[in-house]
Design a protein around this ligand. Structure first.
Ligand code: TPP
Ligand code: MG
Length: 260
């Protein structure tokens, strides 16, 4: 039984019209009261909105130069690129950071989040197809593990010429697995890093794009580019180091691949 305040048995043919009448009257009274209060309410909510918005913007700049970079930085870097476009976000919103930092000013800006791993690339292609030809930049913040589940989807993008800006969120991990490994390692005092594909082939996204004949542009983190690192190889591998220097969610985040 659903929780409720009053239970009453009755004939719905009589009960529903009477209930409707009562609800309509109550709704009318509330609407009038709200109208009277609305100027003050608008000011109060507006003030709260501005304060919260400013706080989020400030928080997002904390640990700006952290490595791996933060979700908020990734969100803001992408925002800088697309904010003057007529943009659409396909699925992943970086654990709500994007919702806090981008201005979602049109109903079609974000149809919703993913439905589970291996659904993001498919959903993104569907969204991009729906917006094709409308002059919009469709952005997919694409987790690497998700793409690996359905790499063939990139072929569809090439075959049907579906324009989309794919920002690879390449943390080289199924992150929930990584978190799980850390928890288990702490519990069992084992070494972590034995799960799938953290130490395996890397930069899968970029290679896949090439393999699927999706010409694109690879942009690296500006600081790494300035330091003279060639794109295409993970920093630690270039330094000749083995394994992850630290557990981090964004280990190699922020390469931006544009598929147009
Ligand atoms: C269809 C399906 N299979 C398995 C899972 C379990 N699962 C949740 S998160 C995840 C890993 C996702 O990795 P990635 O796409 O790289 O995202 P990250 O967490 O690293 O950002 C998996 C396998 C799921 N959510 N859906
Ligand atoms: Mg991942």
């Amino acid at each position: 039984m659903q929780p409720c305040s009053v239970r009453a048995l009755g004939d719905t043919a009589l009960g529903i019209p009477e209930l409707t009448r009562i609800c309509k009257a109550a709704h009318r009274r509330r609407r009038q009261a709200r109208k009277r209060a609305s100027p003050t309410r608008k000011v109060a909510i507006g003030k709260r909105h501005d304060e919260v918005w400013a706080k989020w913007q400030e928080e997002a700049r904390k640990n700006w130069d952290a490595s791996p970079i933060t979700f908020s930085r990734l969100a803001l870097e992408v925002w800088e690129v697309i904010k003057d476009e007529d943009w659409v976000l396909t699925a992943n919103n970086l654990k709500q950071q994007v919702r806090k930092l981008w201005d979602f000013d049109k109903p079609y800006r974000h149809p919703g989040v993913e439905l589970g791993t291996s659904t993001q690339i498919g959903i993104s292609l569907g969204v991009a197809l729906a917006h094709k030809g409308k002059g919009r930049v469709v952005v997919d913040i694409q987790p690497d593990g998700d793409l690996m589940f359905d790499a063939g989807a990139l072929w569809v993008a090439a075959k049907y010429q579906i324009p989309m800006l794919v920002v690879m969120h390449n943390n080289r991990a199924y992150y929930n697995d990584w978190e799980h490994q850390i928890r288990m390692a702490q519990a069992a005092r084992h070494r972590r890093g034995q799960g799938p594909y953290r130490h395996g082939p890397v930069r899968a996204g970029a290679r896949l794009r090439r393999a699927r004949a999706l010409h694109g542009l690879l942009r690296r983190r500006p600081d790494r580019q300035a330091a003279g690192h060639p794109p295409g190889a993970p920093a630690r591998a270039r330094r000749g180091e083995e394994g992850p220097a630290r557990a981090g969610r964004h280990d190699h985040a922020a390469p931006v691949g544009a598929m147009r």
